[in-house]
Ligand binder design. Structure first.
Ligand code: T4K
Length: 376
């Protein structure tokens, strides 16, 4: 089998056409308006509102600051508990902690790897203020059940939707569920503004609150009305965002072709499970995770190392899980007995290279290597 010469990474960003970007930058240089809610910033917010099919969008300099701001905007009592998934990026529980709130980890279900809604209620106490589920890899959480639980216990719901740009559930933008959702526009995401992110929400009243929080709490030159932060997206980021809006659908189409090749070649391999998108949701094509079962010849870690020898750099998203991190490992909900599924999945999951420009020959080669390793 021919070697893969250049390293293949888990993802590659879409990039705007250089000449188009130069034109955008020229306009910015002419006006000298480079940040603080500029023309391109506002245009991007408007366009995203339509694309994401949501009533309100506020864009940010990155997804983590957006998530911090979402929690702040809801005025959750300091010291109260927020139930979340441990199977996520550090930004999720850290945003809870940075707000003076306490993360409480709930186990995940094994198929979509999102929060197990059957296990949420047993974690609710008098001190619970919110649920922060994660649509991990773009697999939607059980939004209906979460909504029911939140209503019956009067809890807020903030979704970490970092992985599901343009996902719809039953034709509805995924950002319409819960009180607030956060999308990330980081370089590693299907749609990027280099760094960036946004919040989406239904309550129009929230727009002003979030606007102030994003800009130091400044209402006008003489009034500071809230304890805000600097979460503003600058005009270069916004320009990249506007240009990448023209590219992400094509990227999704290219990734869907790559997904087909992976499915055709990996479906038959014993010991490899490929999680499926629920029928009522569209795929964002963010990641391509596989789950290594006991009857595969190698462990996930062995497979990861073997693929590296072939210049294929997969990622163990998400290993370790958040309940393993130093700041969280001693909290009660981090016990392995509370999180059996997350602790099992963290040892089995592997995200394969997945981006539009990935050569189809290389995808086939990756599959063949995996097949050969299983038959050794
Ligand atoms: N919630 C969830 C569930 C998240 O997954 C994330 C971010 C957030 C919240 C927070 O959103 P942001 O504040 O980031 O907007 C990456 C990203 O840094 C992070 O944004 C992302 N999740 C996470 C899943 O992945 P690393 O440390 O794995 O990235 P890195 O630098 O190792 O890059 C991975 C691969 O991507 C590289 O091997 C090659 C490729 N890459 C990366 C960069 C940065 C490029 O081709 N170009 C690039 O510029 O965290």
């Amino acid at each position: 089998m021919k070697d893969i010469k250049n390293p293949v990474y888990v993802t590659e960003p879409i990039l705007p056409n250089m000449a188009d970007l130069e034109q955008e930058i020229k306009e910015i240089f002419e006006t000298k308006w480079i940040t603080n809610h500029g023309v391109k910033h506002d245009l991007l917010e408007n366009k995203l509102q339509k694309i994401l099919k949501v009533p309100n969008v506020s864009i940010f300099n990155n997804g983590t600051i957006a998530l911090l701001t979402a929690l702040k905007a809801l005025n959750l009592p300091i010291g109260s508990e927020v139930i979340t998934s441990p199977f996520t990026f550090p930004a999720t529980p850290h945003s809870i902690s940075w707000n003076g709130l306490k993360p409480v980890f709930c186990d995940i279900e094994p198929y979509t790897m999102t929060i197990d809604t059957e296990k949420i209620e047993s974690l609710i106490t008098n001190n619970t203020s919110a649920i922060l589920p994660v649509h991990v890899y773009g697999f939607p959480c059980d939004v209906e059940n979460i909504d029911k639980i939140a209503k019956s216990y009067d809890l807020n719901v903030i979704y970490d939707a970092a992985h599901c740009f343009n996902t719809e559930i039953n034709g509805k933008g995924i950002g319409k569920f819960g009180d607030i959702s956060m999308f990330s526009f980081h370089a590693t995401k299907l749609y990027n503004t280099f760094e960036g992110g946004c919040l989406t929400y239904n309550d129009h009243e929230m727009k002003k609150k979030i606007y102030y929080l994003r800009n130091f709490g400044i209402k006008n030159e003489e009034e500071i009305v809230d304890i805000g932060i600097n979460g503003k997206m600058n005009e270069i980021q916004a320009s990249i965002g506007l240009l990448n809006l023209k590219l992400f659908k094509n990227e999704q189409m290219k990734r869907s072709n790559i997904k087909k090749i992976y499915l055709d070649n990996l479906n038959e391999i014993e010991g490899i499970r490929i999680p499926k998108m629920p029928k009522n949701a569209t795929d964002s094509f963010q990641f391509f995770p596989i789950v290594i079962e006991d009857n595969f010849s190698l462990s996930r870690d062995q497979l990861y190392e073997e693929l590296k020898k072939h210049n294929i750099f997969t990622r163990k998203y998400f290993y370790p899980i958040c309940s393993d991190y130093k700041p969280y490992k001693n909290i009660e909900s981090s016990s392995v007995s509370n999180l059996p599924v997350a602790n099992d999945i963290k040892k089995r999951v592997l995200c394969l290279p997945y981006f539009g420009d990935l050569d189809h020959e290389i995808v086939i080669r990756i599959c063949k290597i995996i097949m050969r390793l299983n038959n050794q």
